[in-house]
Design a protein around this ligand. Sequence first.
Ligand SMILES: C[S@@+](CC[C@H](N)C(=O)[O-])C[C@H]1O[C@@H](n2cnc3c(N)ncnc32)[C@H](O)[C@@H]1O
Length: 392
Amino acid sequence: MAAAINTRFMLIVLKNSVCFTQRRFRVKTKWAGTRPKFPATDLALQNFDATYSIQLGDLWPSVRAAMLSEQKYGALVNNFSSTADLITDFQSQGCIDFTGVRCSPGEQTGSQTDSALITTSKTPETEPVRPDLSSSINCFVYPRGDISRFKPARPDSNGILGYYLLDAASVLPVLALDIQQGHTALDLCAAPGGKTLALLQTQRLRFLWANDSSGSRITRLHRMLQSYIPKEYRTEDRVRITSLDGRKFSEMEDQTFDRVLVDVPCTTDRHSLMEEDNNIFKRSRTKERQRLPLLQTELLVAGIQAARLGGEVLYSTCSLSQLQNEYVVQQAVNIAQEEFGITVEIQDLLWLTHHFQETFHFAPNLSVGELVLPHLCANFGPIYMCKLRRVR
Ligand SMILES: C[S@@+](CC[C@H](N)C(=O)[O-])C[C@H]1O[C@@H](n2cnc3c(N)ncnc32)[C@H](O)[C@@H]1O
């Protein structure tokens, strides 16, 4: 069995490297006349080679190979559809619910179960804080080294889709937020809505405000919610959707939330290596790219302001960049303190890395937050996340 997986894995790696070579070759032959002189994907790779080889050192060649290979997806189960057959089907294909706690369809778990607590030989000396993962968020993945693809989701008899495909690592920021019964939450940069949907899967939120400054992306979010959430669960008093500049959120609304997700625009590293369309490394977008850390800091400060005292904020990106990750968090914490007199504490996410180390590769020794590193055997991420708690 293990040998078969290994052989299959080697074939997949070879196929991927051939695919990548072919991709570049095809682009050259087919589009020779119209191909940009400096493809943004090449500019992105040059930039990453220069910065990430220093930042990640010996880890960079392996992360680089993974990011240039086919990404792995997860299937986020939609608890608002009939999922019984679906789960049996995933299990028969050898898929694993990586969250480790799975509910029966429609069931809401009330307390933490022991299955949420995996102990392995890598257990740290001090037991990490126990997470509450009994939140009905269930996401299936193919096992390590298996890059089979999920089929597109099909609607159930009520027209509701059974699962949503996304980078499985992007469920982690939502799990880290630890949504509790009756909470209110703000998703400041929500579109196209993968994490909004994961937040709703908890079935614990009293109110969710999903915002995104982009009108066209908010339209996508609306469409997604229509396909996944029955009407009665997305009434205005439960789910509010706006298209506002998140930086101005605190000026516009006298609202505070138990939980705030700040999933900011970033260099979307994987996309930037693979797609010319909408690529932030295009020369015409240089200034926009350089301004990202400032925009990210402003959005995080706005998110901190929107949290109630004792409330928690989760900052996340899909970039490896220290400048967009740790530095932004440190800047925002300082600005919140110095300009607004708000004190936040950075929360330890050791429990999360410990719990999910069988599924994801985490970067070692970050100054603040945690980072999922892409790896050929588990090709998820990059996803950076850092959790903050407003204490004053
Ligand atoms: C990484 S994406 C969010 C992905 C989303 N959370 C999900 O899981 O599907 C970042 C989003 O930030 C939005 N954005 C950019 N600038 C913004 C701003 N000033 N205020 C609010 N949203 C903004 C973009 O339109 C984009 O949809």
